[in-house]
Design a protein around this ligand. Structure first.
Ligand SMILES: *[C@@H]1O[C@H](CO)[C@@H](O)[C@H](O)[C@H]1NC(C)=O
Ligand SMILES: *[C@@H]1O[C@H](CO)[C@@H](O)[C@H](O)[C@H]1NC(C)=O
Ligand SMILES: *[C@@H]1O[C@H](CO)[C@@H](O)[C@H](O)[C@H]1NC(C)=O
Ligand SMILES: *[C@@H]1O[C@H](CO)[C@@H](O)[C@H](O)[C@H]1NC(C)=O
Ligand SMILES: *[C@@H]1O[C@H](CO)[C@@H](O)[C@H](O)[C@H]1NC(C)=O
Ligand SMILES: *[C@@H]1O[C@H](CO)[C@@H](O)[C@H](O)[C@H]1NC(C)=O
Ligand SMILES: *[C@@H]1O[C@H](CO)[C@@H](O)[C@H](O)[C@H]1NC(C)=O
Ligand SMILES: *[C@@H]1O[C@H](CO)[C@@H](O)[C@H](O)[C@H]1NC(C)=O
Ligand SMILES: *[C@@H]1O[C@H](CO)[C@@H](O)[C@H](O)[C@H]1NC(C)=O
Length: 399
């Protein structure tokens, strides 16, 4: 005979063991409570993934003996979680994904140093991120979108594939010791007082930078693809060690406070060269070493001096126009028409509409200005940016 008490004890045990079913060997260890977090934290390692479910409660601490998660750590669509932490996890093999956790105000992973990728979006209550020292030293891709964070520091990876920092409205400082970046760095639509420092960056495939107030890349030597700056608020752009933009375009469009672009070491731009509507830029004289442009050149604005003293070969056209009197510069540039600029030179002094055309120079060798490019460049404002988080998700989904 089984007593009533025993029966209820067995049932309770069944329930408890059901609830505590999370195990170190689960392909996906699901944390459904603070107690589950403790169970997971006491695993020696987890080969699968760890998922924090939406009802797990406000405080999840995964600190214990657990140092390594082979798969991903995922918290998403969770409007209740406020604190997520671990002082023991050192590596996450795949994605560290935090998405749409709108009440998360505290995130602390003081031992974390290696992740496959960071994919964080819509953490709009999160004021800061606490990585320890030395912070993240190994990661392939980093996407941080739509957070409330003020600074992003502690991403001290040498080599990355993709980094995308967008729609972080309060961010004022982003610094990283990355040395090279294999695909794209995209920084757009963040807060309007953002200082970006990449002191060790030596080569980067592509970069697209918008709405940045201070930008420094003192060690940059090579851009393999394209480099574009739209609607930034920095006053000077210096990259003394930059010698070549191998394949793609160089573009500065609508940077209203820019007074000085100085790229004196730059010898080659593989694609198009565009400087347009930077209304405070009075001299375009910072390209003293430029010899070769693989596409077209377009320089339009409100400058009164422009020169390319070393230019030897431009595959496309050269279109120059200024609201100011540049007639003497035009005399010199027109002289490049016959043997230097294969597509021919047009130079327009005192053209009142010089700042209206922000389309980019063509990057092909046909010499025709590419208005298709132009549309995407100007329209970079809303639609592109809104989809950036999605692009990030796409990238990590294929990792
Ligand atoms: C974000 O999470 C909330 C729950 O907190 C959910 O109701 C909402 O549908 C989620 N949004 C998206 C876009 O998935
Ligand atoms: C970029 O150029 C540098 C210097 O030439 C080179 O070392 C690096 O491998 C190139 N990166 C890519 C992604 O092509
Ligand atoms: C730059 O900031 C302005 C003002 O917030 C915004 O309207 C614009 O879309 C932003 N542009 C980009 C390319 O981030
Ligand atoms: C921009 O941020 C810096 C600190 O990062 C601060 O010193 C400066 O006053 C801010 N400027 C504006 C216009 O808010
Ligand atoms: C730059 O980005 C473009 C498209 O985003 C890509 O096709 C190209 O391979 C990148 N360049 C390099 C050198 O990775
Ligand atoms: C710039 O290049 C020179 C010569 O290669 C080197 O000595 C110097 O350290 C570089 N500067 C930076 C900030 O990397
Ligand atoms: C731009 O900055 C460079 C480097 O600091 C300097 O040599 C040059 O004179 C400046 N040009 C103008 C027009 O201010
Ligand atoms: C160019 O811009 C100026 C100033 O914004 C404006 O007055 C003018 O009508 C524009 N011209 C054209 C052709 O759109
Ligand atoms: C030129 O730049 C100014 C200031 O950034 C901006 O307001 C204007 O819309 C830009 N003009 C065009 C044609 O993009």
């Amino acid at each position: 005979m089984i007593s009533k008490e025993l029966l209820s004890a067995v049932t309770a045990f069944g329930l408890v063991s059901g609830a505590a079913a999370v195990s170190c060997d689960d392909p996906t260890a699901t944390i459904a409570s603070a107690a589950d977090a403790t169970t997971v934290a006491n695993c020696d390692s987890i080969e699968g993934s760890v998922l924090v479910s939406t009802g797990a409660g406000p405080t999840i601490d995964i600190s214990g003996s657990l140092e390594s998660i082979g798969g991903s750590l995922i918290v998403q669509n969770n409007g209740l979680i406020q604190t997520l932490s671990s002082d023991s996890i050192k590596t996450i093999g795949d994605v560290f994904q935090l998405k749409n956790n709108t009440a998360l105000t505290s995130l602390s992973f003081s031992a974390l140093s290696e992740v496959g990728s960071i994919d964080w979006a819509t953490l709009n209550a999160l004021p800061e991120i606490n990585f320890g020292t030395p912070g993240i030293t190994k990661a392939d891709s980093v996407v941080i979108a739509d957070t409330f964070v003020q600074t992003i520091e502690g991403i001290n990876v040498e080599s990355l594939t993709t980094m995308n920092i967008n729609n972080n409205r309060r961010i004022t400082r982003f610094s990283s010791s990355i040395k090279n970046l294999k695909n794209e760095l995209s920084v757009q639509a963040n807060g309007l007082n953002l200082t970006m420092e990449l002191p060790n960056l030596e080569w980067i495939a592509n970069m697209t930078i918008a709405n940045v107030t201070e930008f420094s890349v003192p060690s940059l030597k090579t851009v393999n693809g394209s480099m574009r700056f739209d609607s930034n608020y920095f006053t000077t752009f210096l990259a003394p060690n930059l010698t070549e933009i191998q394949e793609g375009d160089l573009s500065f469009v609508s940077n209203p406070q820019l007074t000085n672009i100085s790229l004196s070491g730059l010898e080659k731009v593989g694609g198009g060269f565009t400087i347009a509507n930077n209304t405070a830029l009075t001299e375009v004289t910072g390209f003293s070493g430029l010899t070769e442009v693989g596409g077209a050149v377009k320089v339009v604005g409100s400058f009164d001096q422009i020169s390319f003293p070393q230019l030897e070969d431009v595959k496309g056209t050269m279109d120059v126009a200024s609201t100011e009197d540049i007639s003497s510069s035009c005399d010199t540039l027109n002289g490049l028409s016959s043997n230097v600029v294969q597509g021919g030179v047009t130079c327009d002094s005192q053209n009142a509409n010089a700042n209206n055309d922000t389309s980019s120079a063509g990057d092909g060798s046909s010499g025709t200005g590419n208005t298709q490019n132009a549309a995407s460049l100007i329209g970079a404002s809303t639609s592109t940016i809104v989809s950036l988080a999605a692009v990030g998700a796409f990238i990590t989904a294929f990792m």
